[in-house]
Ligand binder design. Structure first.
Ligand code: AMP
Ligand code: MG
Length: 394
């Protein structure tokens, strides 16, 4: 049976970054990956800028105490009208251009106003004090953000400062989600005899959103060949990724693999040596990736974190698809015995990972606190507090 690492390689080999699009810098573009190098169009600051409210002076004049004549007032947004000569200064405000001749700004707290003159009391003045040189942050032509950078809020600010209201980015993958199973009803319905609520639909929609995808939840499909053909066919038509849950195992009513094959989806693997989540199907049709996740919610969650999220990240242009792995000491003893490599829930706290009590793949509630999976080797495992374990962070 295929190992997790090999299965992930196969998934990633089919996930190609999506073609770039131009986008406005609205909060919806947060987290997108930049698809072009962006250069500064002007120097920043575009002039020698005062960093304080105070007085623009010549340091050579300022052997304290000294009185200087105020020749003009320069608020932010104004420009100086004349240079500063010996014995002179200009009243200046934060963000305003420093006049020629002046080589420092004395903050106003270190002065005493005397009408049209000012007494300077600053004993620590040196050239350049409180003045940001032109082009200190960036000069015209500098690459300020390179292709592959992730647009975080600071990037929005930097892009605006170089005059960019639109940029080329790798778009968010569009992910269609279908839940399959005769037993399922939606959250707003009371389950009848033998029925359960569909927890995978809402959970997967949220996982997709958190992973940077655009989710389109398409509802529940019955375990019925005709219905599955129609609904899966429609879903495949307009998605970068199709996520199906349920019906991918080997039971008589696990109809999804056969229907996918009929619809031209090529299966690349259909089982992974892991617990939970062994009966995971991955296939593709053209550029559309298809994941058949097992119906058990925890199996679906683990399958998503190990395979779907890395695929979404790669489609979205991220250099590192993840998942992030780490080696951490255990915060408590952990004993287990499984026939396959097992992903057991844990919570990271103060640099250690605490195993969470867990009743198996049907127990979604125990995963509420989990932010990591402890990777346990197959066989008898008896680990003591403080022993190092490898974890996949989710
Ligand atoms: P299956 O993969 O169809 O064999 O389903 C495995 C288990 O997961 C069964 O107990 C199903 O009832 C349950 N299950 C399937 N789909 C969902 C869903 N969308 N939400 C919650 N549980 C599900
Ligand atoms: Mg089923």
């Amino acid at each position: 049976m295929l190992e997790v690492a090999d299965a992930r390689e196969i998934v990633l080999s089919h996930a190609k970054p999506l073609s770039p699009v131009r986008t406005a810098l609205t909060p919806d573009s947060l987290g997108r990956v930049l698809a072009e190098d962006v250069r500064a169009d002007i120097d920043s600051p575009p002039f020698r800028k005062s960093m304080m409210d105070g007085y623009a002076v010549r340091v050579a004049d300022c052997t304290v105490p000294v009185e200087l004549r105020i020749v003009e007032e320069i608020p932010a947004g104004a420009v100086p009208t004349r240079p500063i000569a010996a014995g002179e200064c200009a009243r200046i405000f934060t963000g305003a251009p420093v006049p020629d001749g002046a080589d420092a700004v004395v903050m106003q707290e270190r002065t005493e106003p005397l009408g049209d003159r000012v007494r300077v009391t600053d004993t620590a003045l040196s050239p350049g004090r409180n003045v940001m040189p032109r082009g200190k942050e960036m000069t015209a032509g500098d690459v300020v953000l390179s292709a592959g950078s992730v647009l975080n809020p600071v990037a929005f600010g930097v892009l605006a400062s170089v005059g960019r209201a639109e940029v080329a980015v790798v778009p968010a993958p569009r992910v269609a989600i279908l839940a399959t199973g005769d037993e399922l009803v939606e959250a707003n319905a009371a389950p009848g005899p033998g029925q359960i609520r569909n927890s995978n639909g809402p959970m997967l929609s949220a996982l997709v959103h958190r992973a940077g995808g655009v989710s389109r939840y398409l509802g529940i499909v019955r375990d019925d060949l005709g219905e599955l053909r129609t609904r899966i066919g429609e879903a495949l038509a307009d998605a970068d990724v199709l996520l199906l849950t349920g019906g991918v195992s080997v039971g008589k009513l696990d109809l999804v693999p056969g229907v996918l094959e009929e619809l031209g989806v090529v299966a690349h693997f259909h089982k992974v040596r892991m617990k939970p989540g062994k009966p995971l199907l991955f296939g593709s049709r053209g550029d559309t990736l298809v994941f058949g996740l097992p119906g058990n919610p925890v199996s679906g969650l683990v399958g998503f974190e190990l395979f779907v999220r890395p695929a979404l990240r790669k489609l979205a242009g991220h250099a590192d698809p993840g998942p992030m792995t780490a080696t951490l000491p255990l915060a408590a003893d952990l004993s287990a015995s499984h026939d396959r490599p097992t992903y057991s829930p844990g919570v990271v706290e103060a640099g250690r990972v605490r195993p969470l009590p867990w009743a198996g793949s049907g127990d979604l509630r125990s995963m509420l606190m989990a932010d990591a999976f402890i990777v346990l080797p197959p066989g008898e495992v008896r680990l003591k507090v403080g022993e190092q374990v490898s974890v996949a962070v989710c």
